[in-house]
Design a protein around this ligand. Structure first.
Ligand SMILES: [Zn+2]
Length: 298
């Protein structure tokens, strides 16, 4: 087989195999690869800009897809480029997406396997450490997220979730039509949602938001009023009821203390009843409270 055939089987656009080594016992294949003659377009790995100035940059070794039963390693000649913006940088090579020793398509195979199996299983299948598989999967998903077209944000959801004592709250912005979370911010202050509008959306995108579903947290509505004033605000039913219940509880408590003297005697020793939601009380307990709270209990 000639080097030319190896190049065809390898199938890295713009690159050719100039040397190879097969170890039948270890079941490994090593391929030495360099740019094809005439392939002299260099891009900066920092910014993607096309660069004319380059020099040798040595070799990089990555694991690629297996050839039959042979575990395959590709040794690639790479260049350094002088970018007007970034200075001296390593060139951008499509099959070398990160500093990790794997080709892009190898990482894609691992990432795809992770969609249908646990990391530990994938690790066994490819002969990798669990942690390596998880790192590959994360890069795979990041590239997928960067490359896909994102649906326009027209119906926006903003919510806060409690994540524990240390971080406390996260602000979560989601696309309600697509049903996917878009962004997470630490805390639930107005500035947090401001940051989403400032860093994630251009002015035109902000104008296209038609409605936002939020809980009744003022910081969020303030931010939306400021950055997407045309957007209608929808309060979700769960939060409206939550606030209504709190208001009713509050009224019930103040009524009780306003009645004073005689009425309070009725529920002496039953203070906990007042702090329980009315709907959660059984009939007997409701009867206990009714004499002193006729207007609320009705
Ligand atoms: Zn650059």
């Amino acid at each position: 087989m000639r080097d030319h055939d190896f190049t065809k089987i390898l199938g890295w656009p713009g690159y050719r195999v100039y040397q190879y080594e097969i170890n039948e016992e270890a079941k490994t294949l090593r391929l030495w690869v360099r740019r094809k003659r005439g392939n002299r377009k260099f891009e900066c790995s920092g910014c993607g800009r096309q660069v004319a100035d380059y020099q040798d940059g040595g070799e990089r070794e990555v694991r690629d897809l297996p050839w039959g039963e042979l575990r395959t390693t590709v040794v690639v000649e790479i260049y350094r480029v002088r970018c007007p913006d970034c200075g001296w940088k390593v060139e951008k090579v499509p099959q070398l997406p990160s500093k990790a020793p794997f080709s892009k398509r190898f990482e894609e195979a691992v990432g795809l396997a992770c969609e249908g199996a646990a990391a530990r299983q994938v690790a066994r299948q490819f002969g990798l450490a669990d942690s390596t598989v998880r790192a590959i999967d994360q890069r795979y998903l990041e590239r997928w997220a960067a490359e896909r077209r994102k649906p326009a944000l027209k119906q926006m959801g903003v919510d806060e979730i409690y994540v524990g004592k240390k971080t406390k709250f996260l602000t979560v912005v989601s696309n309600l039509e697509a049903g996917e979370p878009l962004w997470f911010g630490e805390g639930r202050k107005q500035e947090v949602l401001d940051e989403f509008f400032q860093t994630q959306l251009r002015a035109g995108q902000r104008r296209r938001i038609e409605a936002a579903c939020v809980d009744m947290w003022e910081a969020f509505t303030n931010s939306i009023h400021q950055y997407a004033p045309q957007c209608r605000i929808v309060y979700d039913k769960f939060h409206v009821l939550q606030h209504a219940n709190q208001a009713i509880d509050e009224v019930r408590r103040t009524e009780f203390f306003r009645k004073g003297g005689r009425a309070r005697e009725v529920v002496k020793g039953k203070r906990w009843l007042l702090l329980t939601r009315w709907v959660n009380l059984d009939t007997g307990k409701k009867d206990n409270l009714t004499p002193c709270l006729p207007s609320i209990a009705a």
